[in-house]
Design a protein around this ligand. Structure first.
Ligand code: FES
Length: 67
């Protein structure tokens, strides 16, 4: 599924970049997402925010917690 049709940018690509810690603005600089018609901007930002949100809420495994 595409996030940005103008730039043939797929959801999985945006998810991977977001999972690496990139912000929407950083992803935009690399991919030109929302740089043409701009109709994808809201959806792309939502994808990035959802990945970051999941990362922040991820439970820490007890055996990996500092003592
Ligand atoms: S769909 Fe992303 S810039 Fe047009």
């Amino acid at each position: 599924m595409y996030v940005c049709v103008c730039n043939a940018l797929k959801v999985d690509t945006v998810r991977c970049l977001a999972a690496e810690g990139l912000s929407f603005e950083e992803i935009q600089a690399i991919t030109n997402c929302a740089g043409n018609c701009g109709s994808c901007r809201e959806f792309a930002e939502t994808v990035v925010e959802s990945v970051h949100s999941l990362q922040q809420n991820r439970p820490v495994l007890p055996f990996l917690s500092p003592a």
